[in-house]
Design a protein around this ligand. Structure first.
Ligand SMILES: Cc1ncc(C[n+]2csc(CCOP(=O)(O)OP(=O)(O)O)c2C)c(N)n1
Length: 323
């Protein structure tokens, strides 16, 4: 086992609170009609993206699905530009042409933001192939929900990644539901680890409600992929508090409010806050200050998005092809 470098816990906490407060405002903006189209919130799952992405290096790559706000912010994308993208404004991280599901930040090796379930897994695998071909040390993190596991794209990708020994970490964010369908009604494979074992890929299970556990385990996994040049698979057990997207109710017929409340008892932000206060790493007044600072950042992001222009009509044909 490799030992991981400690990371100041207040940094992990700050990132999780930023994502939570950012998305709470995004939900308000959606209700006000400022954000159109699909909008999938990550609230409840923050510890996974923050833990994993905090364990990466600058040269590593991130690829994820449509539930991508948290990953982009954890990677350091500007809250102003992410909010502007949700508003469909020209100053957005994808120049207002991607929207919530298609955040993209090349400068930070954040390669999207994809709407087709499982469709981005071959893209991440292809980037890992490029890293190997170019003899780079970079590792690719590929996030997806458990709903993507039965897809053909997933299995084809794992096969080639194992066969060609590609530097990719597949991270299944298992929040137990694909839209309103529980995993046991959608997948013959209930133990997701069996998918990794089938391709002889090392498998790890992570508590996706604990940011420190996620960080420490991901650090070891990422560094072992970097050193040994072969893929790895992580299942992060997590839970989404909100509906599948902004147009869905939080529970509906497929789960109860009591079930959601039960999971909220393990809330990653609450857990870390309690731990840090008990360990005298933070006082309640430090937390209030952090919240106030983040509220200012989120307000600035909303103001920036509001004040930004729409993309010009001519932008429609720009960025379509890259030489
Ligand atoms: C190929 C494909 N089929 C169906 C859909 C519609 N769809 C969007 S999200 C989703 C559920 C996916 O669930 P999961 O992968 O577990 O991710 P989560 O939304 O829970 O993060 C479905 C079926 C789609 N986008 N792409």
């Amino acid at each position: 086992m490799m030992t991981s470098n400690p990371i100041p816990r207040h940094l992990l906490l700050r990132q999780m609170i930023l994502i939570r407060r950012f998305e709470e405002r995004a939900a308000e903006m959606y209700a006000l009609g400022k954000i159109a189209g699909f909008c999938h919130l990550y609230i409840g799952e923050e510890a996974v993206a923050v833990g994993a992405i905090s364990a990466t290096r600058e040269e590593d790559y991130i690829v994820t699905s449509y539930r991508d706000h948290g990953h982009a912010l954890a990677r350091g994308a500007s809250p102003n530009q992410v909010m502007a993208e949700l508003f469909g404004k020209a100053t957005g991280v994808s120049k207002g042409k991607g929207g919530s599901m298609h955040l993209f930040d090349v400068a930070r090796n954040f390669m999207g933001g994809y709407a087709i379930v499982g469709g981005h897994i071959p893209i991440a695998t292809g980037i890992a192939f490029a890293m190997k071909y170019l003899e780079k040390d970079a590792v690719v993190l590929c996030f997806f929900g458990e709903g993507a596991v039965p897809s053909g794209a997933f299995h084809e990708s794992l096969n080639l990644a194992a066969l060609w020994k590609l530097p990719v970490v597949y991270i299944c964010e298992n929040n137990r539901y694909g839209m309103g369908t529980p995993v046991e009604r959608a997948s013959a494979l209930y133990d997701i680890g069996n998918a990794a074992r089938a391709y002889d890929i090392p498998f790890h299970q992570v508590d996706g409600m604990s940011v420190t556990a996620a960080y420490q385990q991901m650090k070891e996994v990422i560094e072992s992929v970097r050193v040994y040049k072969r893929p790895s698979f992580v299942e992060a057990r997590t839970y989404r508090y909100m509906g599948h997207s902004m147009s869905d109710p939080a529970h509906g017929h497929y789960r109860t409010k009591a079930e959601i409340d039960e999971h909220k008892k393990n809330d990653p932000i609450f857990q870390l806050t309690q731990e840090m206060i008990q360990a005298s790493e933070m006082t309640p007044s430090d937390l209030t200050k952090m919240e106030a600072e983040i509220a200012g950042i989120v307000q600035e992001a909303v103001d920036f998005a509001e004040a930004s222009p729409e993309p010009a009509l001519s932008a429609l044909t720009e960025d379509v092809w890259v030489e």
